[in-house]
Design a protein around this ligand. Structure first.
Ligand SMILES: Cc1cc2nc3c(=O)[nH]c(=O)nc-3n(C[C@H](O)[C@H](O)[C@H](O)COP(=O)(O)OP(=O)(O)OC[C@H]3O[C@@H](n4cnc5c(N)ncnc54)[C@H](O)[C@@H]3O)c2cc1C
Length: 417
């Protein structure tokens, strides 16, 4: 593409936030050009919700904001003008109806993530958005009357406004390689430290490797820093070759402070029982099975595969005769059933995280418009911002809400000029 003047808006990035921004800006009457470096739009959307795309969540108001981990207040205006009902009615209008599932999670009725991208692409086409694929942006330079957008393949495009919707740095194969952070910094913005969130956790001990692939249901994971509880939830977890993962652990990862060594994480395999009840049950089972070996009692308390590893963690073996187990050893078993320590050392690489924690500092962005406080006419939307949430459709909702607001505000800004 050679030198070209685009009058109104250039959107950088054709993910959830960029497509929504382009669509809303075009609907508001602006001339919009969307640049996407991949060969197709919405590459990340295709892998969301295990290919089904959990587009949003019906949680409203406080319930929604309780799921946002970083800078929920910043999102108030964006959510106020475009919430989950706006997402679902827009998708419905564009030919992709949705359904609500467990936990308020919303999916396309077709169970196909590709239908979400197709709907947004169709909407953009009908609204007159010009889309250029295979077009990476290298730099965004503020000029007197707008911006020069320098392309990776050479050439410069110009626009009154630019919306940066380049995503984070997780799953870079989908195109989110962190370019937007550079564009932000070059235009005077601070970018907070980047870390992976919603990601598996690595462990010091090697024993989880022996249990690789084993999933524990109805367990509790708790985490404390000193006496302060930073996480305490019931659900499912998974042992892996690197440590632990699964829904509970992925969620825990988003609550971990920078210094992992300060956090004590424990696994409660009997969350429905008090420590006294666990102790009483063990005492009863040991009495009833006095002539048997420890393994036979452990199989009634946990998946068979876990017995030998668990016995070892208690300083025993599964063939230990029950009538030779001391009171102290029984107490250690009871203690480990209720609070088995998991010494977490870190997260898996940020590239494997579901979302990026950190990003363009929201202090530099006006929450009511998504416009930069440092470079007038520059807007941000989606994961590139320092906002992230739990799983459940909240991160896509953030991308859609901030995208819609950035698109509408940029259109208003461009059309005034
Ligand atoms: C495996 C996985 C599953 C997930 N499942 C869900 C889910 O079910 N529900 C949910 O709410 N969230 C989910 N998420 C999170 C959610 O997908 C993201 O938060 C959301 O897609 C972010 O949207 P975005 O538009 O901001 O960024 P992205 O979707 O990353 O889009 C950014 C786009 O910008 C393009 N781009 C980047 N740099 C440039 C450049 N220099 N020039 C041109 N184009 C550029 C990229 O190619 C990309 O297409 C999941 C994430 C992952 C990794």
């Amino acid at each position: 593409m050679s030198e070209k003047i685009v009058n109104d808006i250039i959107v950088i990035g054709g993910g959830a936030a960029g497509m929504m921004a382009a669509l809303q800006a075009a609907w508001a009457g602006a001339g919009v050009l969307l640049l996407e470096k991949n060969e197709k739009l919405g590459k990340k959307i295709y892998i969301t919700g295990k290919g089904r795309c959990n587009v949003t969540n019906v949680a409203d108001g406080e319930d929604f904001f309780a799921q946002v981990l970083r800078n929920p207040k910043f999102l108030l205006p964006a959510m106020g003008q475009f919430d989950h009902e706006d997402v679902t009615s827009l998708l419905d209008m564009l030919g992709t109806p949705t359904k609500v599932e467990r936990g308020g999670r919303v999916f396309p009725v077709s169970d196909k993530a590709s239908d979400v991208t197709k709907a947004l692409a169709r909407g953009m086409k009908d609204a007159g958005v010009q889309v250029e694929l295979n077009t990476g942006v290298q730099a965004v330079v503020k000029e007197e009357n707008g911006f020069a957008v320098k392309l990776a393949q050479g050439g410069t495009l110009r626009a009154k406004c630019v919306i940066v919707a380049t995503g984070g740095v997780s799953y870079p194969s989908t195109g989110s390689t962190g370019d937007g952070y550079r564009f932000a910094k070059e235009n005077g913005h601070a970018v907070t430290a980047l870390r992976g969130s919603l990601v598996g956790l690595t462990m010091e001990e090697k024993w989880p490797q022996l249990l690789q692939g084993l999933s524990l249901k109805n367990v509790r994971i708790s985490a404390k820093v000193g006496k302060k509880k930073i996480y305490d939830e019931l659900g499912e977890m998974l042992f892996t070759h690197f440590g632990v993962s699964g829904p509970l652990i992925i969620e825990l990862s988003s609550h971990m402070p920078e210094d992992f060594s300060s956090v004590a994480v424990t696994l409660d395999m009997k969350p429905g029982m008090t420590p006294e009840q666990v102790n009483a049950r063990l005492t009863r089972e040991f009495t009833e099975n006095a002539r048997k070996q420890l393994g036979s009692v452990l199989t009634s308390l946990m998946p068979a595969r876990m017995g030998p590893v668990f016995a070892q963690l208690c300083g025993l073996t599964t063939d230990a005769p029950i009538n030779q187990i001391t009171r102290e050893q029984r107490m250690a078993i009871a203690q480990n059933l209720k609070a088995l320590p998991l010494s977490i050392t870190g997260t898996r690489p940020i590239e494997e995280a579901i979302v990026t924690r950190g990003g363009v500092d929201v202090k530099g962005v006006v929450p009511g418009t998504m416009m930069s406080r440092h470079a007038e006419g520059l807007f941000f939307a989606g994961e590139v911002l320092d906002v992230d949430a739990h799983t459940g459709g909240f991160n896509l909702q953030i991308a859609f809400s901030t995208g819609a607001l950035a698109g509408r505000s940029a259109a208003a800004y461009a059309m005034e000029r």
